[in-house]
Design a protein around this ligand. Structure first.
Ligand code: HEM
Length: 148
């Protein structure tokens, strides 16, 4: 950002390129009986795809082991599992994200035991979600790391 701010010409070229390329329909199109008007921004509801009962057993349950029993991959060929999108605009950061995610979560699990704050029990732990462009916890998780 610092270099871009020092180069207004490069900054305005980058802005123009983003305006021209970020996902907007360039003409009216009809998809599965729905008209997507020119200029519309189309968002795929990946949350709903990930909880589709016709694809996933116990689709609303956290069962990470389900992915050990499947041949589906997240590289955009299996539309049941498109956490990184698919096609030409698939997330170019997925190789980094996958490595960092495993490293971070693995380190947190391996380095500490975790306990809930005083007065909080598993049964009343705050799991409320907040919908936005991405799904977040409504309130940040507060837990205490305990040295192993
Ligand atoms: C768990 C982490 C991540 C998830 C779940 C994720 C997911 C996504 C999704 C769903 C898209 C839209 C794909 C589409 O339009 O079809 C996207 C686009 C993109 N992601 Fe990621 N992403 C992650 C991490 C990253 C990282 C670490 C980077 C960069 C270092 C990155 C860079 C991008 C870029 C530049 C695009 C736009 C691609 C384009 O429009 O051509 N992402 N990502």
């Amino acid at each position: 950002m610092a270099e871009l701010l020092c180069s207004p010409e490069a900054l305005s070229k980058a802005r123009l390129e983003m305006e021209q390329t970020i996902g907007k329909a360039s003409i009216d199109v009809e998809i599965a009986g729905f008209t997507v008007p020119k200029g519309a921004q189309v968002l795929v509801n990946v949350w709903a795809i990930g909880r589709d009962e016709s694809t996933w057993d116990n689709s609303h349950s956290f069962m990470p082991e389900r992915f050990l029993r499947t041949d589906l991959n997240f590289k955009g060929q299996n539309f049941e599992l498109i956490l990184f999108g698919a096609g030409r605009r698939i997330c170019p950061g997925s190789p980094l994200a996958i490595r960092m995610f495993h490293l971070m979560l693995g380190s947190l699990i391996r380095s500490f035991d975790w306990k809930l704050e005083d007065g909080v029990r598993l049964e009343n732990m705050d799991m409320e979600e907040k919908f936005d462009l991405t799904l977040q916890k409504a309130r940040p998780l507060r837990v205490v790391p305990v040295a192993i």
